[in-house]
Write a protein that binds this ligand. Sequence first.
Ligand code: FEO
Length: 393
Amino acid sequence: MIRQIKPDIYSVGAIDFDRRIFDELIPLPHGTSYNSYLIKGRDKIVLIDTVDPTKIHELFSNLKELDIKHIDYVVAHHGEQDHSGSLPNILDAFPMAKVVTNPKCKEILKDLLLIPDDKFITVNDRETLSLGDKTLEFIYTPWVHWPDTMITYLKEDKILFTCDFFGSHFASSDLYIKDIPKVYESAKRYYAEIMMPFRNSIKQHLQKISPLNIEIIVPSHGPVYLRPEVIIEAYKLWTSDDVLNEVVIPYVSMHGSTQKMVDYLINALAKRGITVKPFNLTKTDVGELAVSLVDAATIVIGSPTVLVGPHPSAMYAAYLANVLKPKTRFASVIGSYGWGSKMLEMITETIHNLKVELLEPVIIKGYPKQADFEKLDILADRILVKHKEIGIV
Ligand code: FEO
């Protein structure tokens, strides 16, 4: 599908309506797209990123429809294969084309795709490349989400090509966003799953691009932003240190004890005016759990004891939270055991990356009794006090 953004600037990538998992890890409830863009300058033609190799036929078909017989440059913003995987095919089809990228991305592309050294032109941060009547400026943005990532500003048209940055896994035949809340949620999910561990780098990149006069933000996943402030302000919020009066409870229960505790705690927190987001790990989409971690003040992990340790699903949630490094401020653990448990120690060791204050856990023997419910009330009180201390209640 070809969509024109401006005269001589086209979206020529592929929409993957059917894809339901990315990296064999991330659920894609709304599919995704691999956006590639063609810019016809007066003197030079450039392709910005390519597509996932499974969709190479669509990219070729679009280039054919535009009667493109020559490409001078292919800008590679990032080495991951959903954007770079079709580069070898493009270079075969357009042998004069050079890959324009930064040294780190070049190294990755040589390793992953075996592209020969002489195919590359490397650019420095803020270096420009003229297409005749149009000028590309390359801006390094490392760690969104690999060390190689950069973006490109098309000066004359005030378009910022951002690759993964500001992207969303959202398949749509619309070039531009129409349903802002829906795309906002997809972009937040994308940020949570991929970008959140690099929050501090992203903050710096937001500052770096702030002097640019941007009319259109053109990511390599999801729709194009005609109102750049929508996604820029969202990223400012997500990467800020601000948290919400929310408790996320990823949990699993085997015989009902932990479930009973979770149900009680949900109620206790709700009574105290705190928003609760429980996720039964046997049923939940982990992407939703990741989204909820973007701005919740507190996480409480619920688990029974299995073979001395946590249930593997609870351990997975703890591991996931640890690698995603949300800005969560407080954490606790609740759960049960039959005759002995190292569940608490194993979960707290697993979340060592989180800069949280650990609130008194509630680990009980058997089915919860009155004294256990009282401990859960104390935990709910403690969470409320902590949320008040940081000014979110
Ligand atoms: Fe869309 Fe990091 O690749």
